[in-house]
Design a protein around this ligand. Structure first.
Ligand code: FRU
Length: 453
């Protein structure tokens, strides 16, 4: 007879964590259906247009106000994107450049007159702002009460040492001023970075607990209920990686005889929230002492290890939280497509939340193109924007069954109807199209460009 010695001392929940927020349970995730027409993105044509031949872009967001509305500035539409420069999208090395893009990611920007045809503006942050090698996702927000101040909340990350053993990921902000004339948009400032907060190992897993921890992608908003400023971000449940017990609360109402799949305890995603001190936003006082890390709003123990780029939409008295997740980060044998997931609360930002559509899936890639699009962002009108990742060839070459085209540009914008606990795909628009909901209230006087002497 074989005896297995189980160390029960490690099979306990994290001693400090008292609050798991609302749960995305295994029972919820068992309802995920790939290719349901109401929650599946349209396939992308192989001949999709590229916004700029010299740049690969992925996570993207429109300039917005603190209430989440997409805004224009003096008639200009503006977007930020994570970017890596390239020789050309047609270059033979493009797949490799795309695979390694995270190692050179910077935040760039686009501007457009009509929200459809975009001009690449280059870097948004000056290089002097970089405290670490890479700039990862966040949000670009017009500062309320100002006429042209912008805050780029983002993730300052990368290896702090050349041996690449010490990965740091700090939620940060850089501030600047938007300028424009009849020919385009540019910025002043964005020359320094303020660190806001990082994983504390108490409310959110840090590197000591979980070598694969995620802590990034700040989304800043004013909560309509209490008027306070909050940040949502991607995190993980605190505790030693893999030490979680997947019990009844994580499983939810599963079918009779359901057995938790092996490796389920490695799924530990958390949607995090932090609160800014009263009065600090108006002064642009974003440094660490002004933030309070609060327990996670939604956790996915036993289900999935990553819920990225979480963002809030306030509609019809309901609070929606959308996030993006991968097929590859599901745990315990659960399955679901790469795409957009979401939750809704009837009682404000602190929940409780239920998964949208019963399962949490809002828009998945079709099974014919499983990795086609990613990093979906929903605005308060239900428009959803994302980037094209890889589009498989309709008829793969016999000697290379994996033939695909690299994206690095925006997909057609789609729209979803938000009907309480249900969502429906209802509209498909142009590639990269942005619909502004309001204009930033400033005079139309063009700014003077500084001419180098
Ligand atoms: C989502 C994401 C973000 C991160 C960025 C890095 O696509 O993984 O969480 O900030 O991409 O490229």
């Amino acid at each position: 007879m074989n005896f297995q010695i189980v160390d029960l001392s490690i099979q306990k929940p994290h001693p400090i964590l008292r609050h798991y927020g609302s749960r995305w349970t295994i029972a919820d995730a068992l309802k995920v259906r790939t290719d349901d027409p109401t929650t599946t993105l349209p396939p992308i044509a192989q001949n999709f247009p590229v916004m700029d031949d010299k740049v690969l872009i992925w996570d993207t967001g429109a300039l917005r106000d603190i209430h989440g509305r997409t805004v224009t500035f003096k008639g200009w539409h503006v977007m930020w994107s994570l970017a890596a420069t390239c020789i050309s999208h047609a270059d033979s090395n493009i797949a490799q450049e795309w695979q390694s893009r995270n190692n050179s990611a910077f935040i760039g920007y686009w501007y457009s007159r009509d929200g459809l045809a975009w001009t690449w503006g280059g870097r948004l942050l000056q290089q002097s702002a970089d405290l670490r090698p890479w700039e990862w996702s966040g949000s670009l927000v017009m500062r309320e009460g100002t006429d042209a101040t912008l805050d780029m909340f983002y993730t300052s990350c990368g290896y702090a040492d050349t041996a690449r053993t010490d990965f740091e990921s700090v939620v940060s902000v850089s501030t600047g001023t938007i300028r424009s004339d009849e020919t385009g948009v540019w910025f002043d400032g964005f020359s320094t970075t303020t660190e806001m907060f990082q994983a504390d190992g108490v409310n959110y897993a840090n590197e000591a607990e979980d070598a694969y921890w995620d802590f990034r992608d700040p989304h800043i908003f004013r909560n309509p209920d209490d008027g306070r400023i909050y940040a949502l971000f991607e995190g993980n449940v605190p505790g030693m990686r893999g030490d979680f017990i997947i019990g009844d609360r994580e499983m939810g109402p599963v079918p009779p005889g359901y057995q938790v799949g092996s490796g389920a305890q490695y799924g530990a995603a958390a949607i995090g929230i932090a609160r800014l001190k009263e009065g600090a936003y108006e002064q642009g006082a974003f440094s660490g002492e002004n933030w309070e890390l609060l327990p996670a709003l939604i956790t996915s123990l036993g289900v999935n290890d990553q819920t990225e780029r979480p963002h809030a939409v306030f509609r019809d008295g309901l609070t929606y939280i959308f996030t993006i997740s991968h097929h590859s980060t599901y745990s315990g044998g659960l399955q679901g497509p790469d795409g957009l997931y979401g939750f809704v609360s009837r009682d404000g930002i602190f929940g409780p939340y239920v998964p949208l559509n019963g399962s949490g899936l809002v828009l998945g890639n079709p099974s014919s193109q499983p990795y086609c699009t990613y990093s979906h962002f929903v605005d308060p009108q239900g428009y959803v924007q994302a980037f094209i990742n890889t589009v498989p060839a309709p008829v793969p070459a016999p000697d290379n069954p994996a033939t695909y085209r690299i994206g690095g540009t925006l997909m057609p914008t789609v729209r979803i109807a938000l009907n309480g606990e249900q969502t429906f795909l209802t509209e498909v628009h142009g590639y990269g199209q942005i619909f502004a909901q309001s204009a930033w209230p400033v005079s139309n006087t063009p700014d003077a460009r500084q001419v180098a002497s």
